[in-house]
Write a protein that binds this ligand. Structure first.
Ligand code: HEM
Ligand code: HEM
Length: 306
């Protein structure tokens, strides 16, 4: 689980504890209800429930839709705004901020706006993950006229290919943000004196396999037009054979259960609770987790070799 998804889930459980204690206080001292009711309700619903949903959704939805959130930093901002806003609202409300008017009321509204902004960021990020890629808009080939930033967004693993080819400034996230969204591959090649044709060839062969199946995008097997899943695109692991990019993880684990540790090391312990692991290929799972497939293959084959 990524750090911010984990933090959301942990904070949710802390709010649950606080909310429940507050509920018990109201239960035993009903005369405090007017003051504590808002805080009890919002610690439980806005703290525990909404944050728990956020943590789980940030972890699960991008994986199951094979689409990263469009604004990864937004998850961090959501966390900070949601927590600061909720704790600020709770404190100012306890101090009478909703009714007192004056500065306390202004502070309450300010914290309410912060919380709302955090929730809007969450809505934007998660809604975008749920929008299916439109038929025909899927990139089948990288061309010189495409913006570097668009290619990096759609194929996160292409970053390493750019850097290896000489676009070293892209390893700096600030430079990446500033230039990649406006500069085309052609212009970037001219600036860095990289031969355009050769680089495009290298990029396309790394990103798309011969079958035309997207490689680095990490998309799961396509759906047939009748809505049923098509036959798996990978190949089954053969006994005594090396593991390749196209080997289905499920078949590999059946023959070499010891290789599970490689996936768990790179993808996290929860990897094998994901239904995708049975039919996805080593390459697809690696790209889904933004890891170079060659790294995984090297470790797996070394283990099998032993
Ligand atoms: C042991 C745990 C809990 C206790 C003792 C407790 C106690 C209470 C009490 C005494 C009230 C009435 C407040 C009033 O009328 O002023 C109340 C209201 C409420 N509680 Fe809890 N609560 C607990 C857990 C939760 C949890 C886990 C949630 C949500 C996830 C929750 C959500 C609410 C809501 C939404 C209301 C307002 C209901 C309404 O508008 O009538 N409570 N709770
Ligand atoms: C930016 C976020 C939010 C703000 C600023 C906010 C603010 C408020 C305010 C000012 C009230 C009236 C309190 C009173 O009359 O004393 C209220 C009531 C309530 N809110 Fe929220 N809220 C937010 C999010 C949520 C969310 C996400 C939930 C549920 C998931 C929720 C559930 C409730 C409930 C159930 C009540 C009624 C409480 C009652 O019966 O007295 N709120 N909220």
């Amino acid at each position: 689980m990524e750090i911010w998804a984990k933090r959301f889930t942990k904070m949710a459980l802390i709010y649950l504890a606080l909310g429940v204690v507050m509920g018990m206080v109201i239960g035993s001292q009903p005369e405090w209800s007017q003051r504590l009711r808002f805080v009890h309700i919002h610690l439980n619903l806005l703290g525990f429930m909404t944050m728990f949903i956020a943590g789980v959704a940030y972890h699960v939805l991008p994986r199951f839709n094979a689409r990263p959130v469009p604004w990864p930093d937004g998850v961090k901002y959501h966390f900070l705004l949601h927590n600061t806003g909720l704790l600020g609202m709770a404190t100012t409300h306890l101090a009478g901020g909703l009714w007192s008017g004056g500065l306390l009321h202004v502070a309450f509204v300010m914290f309410a706006v912060m919380t709302g902004a955090g929730l809007l960021i969450m809505a934007y990020n998660l809604y975008s993950v749920m929008i299916p890629v439109k038929e025909g808009t899927e990139v089948k080939e990288i061309t010189g006229g495409m913006k570097v930033g668009d290619v990096l967004d759609q194929f996160p693993a292409s970053l390493q290919i750019f850097i290896d080819a000489g676009f070293h400034s892209l390893s700096n996230p600030v430079a990446r943000k500033a230039f990649a969204s406006v500069v085309t591959i052609q212009k970037a090649c001219e600036k860095h004196e990289v031969e355009l044709g050769g680089f495009l060839k290298q990029l396309n062969s790394a990103l798309f396999s011969k079958s035309g199946r997207p490689g680095q995008s990490g998309k799961p097997p396509a759906q047939a037009s009748d809505g049923k899943e098509e036959a798996p695109v990978g190949v089954a692991m053969g006994k005594g054979k090396p593991c390749t990019r196209d080997t289905m993880v499920g078949s590999l684990i059946k023959i070499h259960p010891e290789t599970k540790t490689v996936f768990e090391k790179h993808y996290g312990e929860g990897c094998f609770s994901c239904p995708g692991q049975v039919y996805e290929t080593v390459e697809q799972t690696a790209h889904m987790h933004n890891i170079d497939p060659e790294l995984i293959l090297k470790e797996i084959n070394a283990m099998i070799g032993k």
